[in-house]
Design a binder for this molecule. Structure first.
Ligand code: GLY
Length: 264
């Protein structure tokens, strides 16, 4: 929610870069220890899509609401719309329209404005465990910049951008959503941990699956983060530059994920 409210962030929340028609469309999901889940996708004009996802989980018999229907439901359930105009975002969209070249890149979320590739991403994914060992996870993003209007990425898809099963552990993903969705990435990581892999190994195998299924892939990032029910964790990405924050009772630090390839 903090990052969703940060209007200087160009890949999450209402400050994100728009699709090619100039709409900022938001995807988010949440899942708990018992596999209860809520999700919203292709949602415009709400500051906290992850809170609406949580409300879908807690207050409806469904898992996923999208677009206009999700907006109607949110308004009817106490969420307010917010309109944000950010001149820099409009400028970057107009600049992109000059070439209209769609090119998901690597780690653009870490690049200063104007220094990344043609499109910026990516997702905030969170995995959590409470003092009783109960787990939960969430994702929120404005998705890939300059995507086709209507495109939904991996982040609101349970099993792709996020999967939590308190019997085993949890995983979330970042990067080019299409690569993650095609391989059901986060679900794969959790199932690999169920079969006995360490969190790091499971993330590495999920990355390798993406690479095996996309021969010739270059210049697109995918990263997975995993937390096992005993508290062990790990992360692996295709390229360097994917980092993640760890917070425990006595630790708060940023770590670099392991990676297969180096991106200059
Ligand atoms: N991983 C975020 C997206 O592809 O939309």
């Amino acid at each position: 929610m903090v990052v969703e409210s940060d209007m200087s962030n160009r890949s999450v929340g209402l400050g994100g870069l728009p699709d090619r028609d100039g709409h900022v469309t938001l995807d988010a999901c949440i899942q708990d220890h018992d596999c209860r889940a809520g999700s919203v996708a292709f949602l415009e004009h709400f500051e906290h899509p992850v809170s609406i996802a949580r409300a879908v989980m807690e207050r409806t018999p469904h898992v996923m609401l999208v677009g206009e229907g999700a907006a109607q439901w949110a308004l009817a359930n106490g969420f307010s719309e917010r309109t944000v105009r950010i001149p820099e975002v409009t400028e970057r969209w107009k600049e992109w329209l000059r070439t209209s070249e769609y090119r998901p890149g690597v780690n653009n979320e870490n690049a200063p404005a104007g220094k990344g590739d043609a499109t910026d991403h990516d997702t905030i994914g969170m995995l959590a465990m409470d003092a009783q060992g109960r787990m939960a996870g969430s994702c929120t993003t404005s998705g890939l910049a300059f995507k086709i209007h209507g495109r939904v990425g991996d982040s609101p898809i349970i099993g792709a951008g996020l999967f939590v099963d308190g019997d085993v552990g949890a995983a979330c993903a970042t990067g080019t959503g299409e690569l993650v969705m095609r391989t059901a990435g986060s679900h794969s990581v959790v199932e690999l941990m169920r079969q006995g892999m360490e969190p790091l190994e499971a993330c590495r195998e999920a990355v390798d699956r993406v690479l095996r299924k996309h021969p010739g892939l270059t210049g697109q990032q995918v990263g997975f983060l995993a937390l096992r029910r005993d508290g062990a964790f790990g992360a692996h990405s295709i390229y360097n530059g994917f980092n993640y924050a760890i917070t425990t009772a006595d630790r708060h630090e940023l770590q670099d994920a392991a990676f297969v390839r180096t991106w200059q």
